[in-house]
Design a protein around this ligand. Sequence first.
Ligand SMILES: [Zn+2]
Length: 239
Amino acid sequence: MRHASLGPRCPRCFSKPALCLCPQLVPRAGRTAVRVVVHETELHKSTNSGRLLPLLWREASMVVYGHGAPSLPAQPWPEGTRPLVLFPLAGAPTLDTIVDDDPRPFSLVVLDGTWHQANRLRKRFHHARVPFVRLPERERPTLYKLRRGHFGASLSTLEATAAALAILERDDDVEAHLVDGFRRMQDRTLWLRGAIDADDVYGGLPAGLQRHTVNGPAAAAAPQHDGDDGDIDDATAGA
Ligand SMILES: [Zn+2]
């Protein structure tokens, strides 16, 4: 069990207790539902950005599948909503072109995890004829530094979903809110790895916090990545 050495984590934000970000991670309300479909093996990686979505968007929730989890429901979106799978599929319409008079809200189905996992899910939803959408082209430098994502240009799951929600909600503040929480979480992880200094942590750190007191004495002796924090997945932005 490779997580055994990682010590306690906050059950909500999955940070080490001294770095819990929960007071800063406030879910914002909107119309669009988000369903983050993720394999159980991805869920607890600190590099996984999708699991931040329910902490920042009230209508978002995780749909976990895998060996130790229930099988993926055929329709993992709320009743009465219209599903859209967010995926950089060639030929799929861009979100900004979707305009209609249907009063029912949309559900964004977001395929999280490695490129390989997301691609398998893509086929499944494609066979079920669930409509796909992609993000419009935009100058979109990713802030994602933990690993490569699969939303083109290595955009993280959270960043892609934030951009999509801003379009569907017609509110750029939605994207800013989600990316703010993402940057706070990411920079704390980078600081824990020794990749950035405390002064460079977006949103700051609790006063007086030392890296070795968070990581524990063993990590101080050997300041390496701890367990899953070192994972780089096999995603190659293949879209
Ligand atoms: Zn927390």
